[in-house]
Design a protein around this ligand. Sequence first.
Ligand code: AVJ
Ligand code: FE
Length: 446
Amino acid sequence: MTTTDFFTTGEDVLRAAIAAELDRTRRRSLALTDSVDDADLTRQHSPLMSPLVWDLAHIGNQEELWLVRDVGGLVPLRSDIDELYDAFQHARADRPALPLLSPAEARGYVRGVREKTLDVLDRTPLRGRRLVADGFAFGMIVQHEQQHDETMLATHQLRTGEPVLHAPAPPPSILPPTAREVLIPGGPFTMGTDSDPWALDNERPAHTVLVDSFYLDAAPVTNAAYAEFIAEGGYDRREWWTEAGWAHRQQAELRAPLFWERDSDGTWWRRRFGVTEPVPAEEPVVHVCLHEAEAYARWAGRRLPTEAEWEKAARHDPVTGRSRRYPWGDEAPTEHHANLGQRHLSPAPVGAYPQGTTPAGVHQLVGDVWEWTSSTFTAHPGFAAFPYREYSEVFLDGGYQVLRGGSFGTDTSMARASFRNWDHPIRRQIFAGFRCARDAARAERS
Ligand code: AVJ
Ligand code: FE
């Protein structure tokens, strides 16, 4: 069983499931931090990232604030460190200079918090108060930790040195899409959710959105396709870039996706978690910013999908008119549906997950790479911050761009197709790629 099945089966089953999720998540956090030495944990691998030891203690601090103090009503373990681990108090670049807990102290702290959390879980009714109904606060903290785990994975990718993370290669392409693009007929669909117990505030409420007919790429843009864009002068032709995109292209001297390098034969190589290898042609391109995605789309005579288009393609069931939880239906993700959860250390080639396609034939919407959309991060109509403004609300209308679908480093607890991610348009260290869309011709509209 997986978490989604528990909500209907009773409180003890849900409680056991939450304990398992907390444990599974903590194993990932520890694997990400036990794999490097103390110097590596406290060092800043990029000004864009916190030292890994900050993420670890921040994970524990967030758990303490919500589960130990708020839900449990217990006294603080360490109220003196709240300020150090408040993401709004210190920019990532400034965190290495703070008097942070040492690696040993941070490990001891998260262990101590977790012991209290498990006591709280044992004695908290998972109903009544909205914060705890269906175990929401626990689910929120699992997702918070998993989000930082993906952030730590991005820090690992920025780190130089010998490989320390290991995982089997992703599955091969077994059934690539038969068509390049899929027509998504026009009409209303339900965006967002009211009923998903662990959905976060920004996914709520459910509301009807009218989406015109459009074509969506059946798969994310591959490295081979992206290399063609580069070969045709993609980075040198002003006309394919937006004004902001070109300014950034110039200023940041963009020439290729982050971590790509071309040798004297013209072969592209990429560095991935300490391993340098030829860029795999059929994998979705990753580590491009919004501006690069938009320039590619313009070159290809296409555009990025809006967030609503993306979600409609991923969730709308034209037979029942309902929005489903995942592209393949409501069944919780397995290793056959999508490349999620750091099971592999790269995107899988297009065609690796035929069981994860939508009924209309769109592949790999969830997993592999986050997908840039053309939408900025705004509130769904009727949005209300819950349980705190700093998760979503303070970022709304703040110049952030929405990404959808999750990457190979995203946990299954965030794989639901209503989940929304956001980042600055210029960011490339996240595991982001994209797919293209285009308007349907008038005659093709239903
Ligand atoms: C939703 C991924 C944009 O990492 O900034 C972590 C998640 N919020 N701690 C981020 C988050 C608070 C957030 N993103
Ligand atoms: Fe956080």
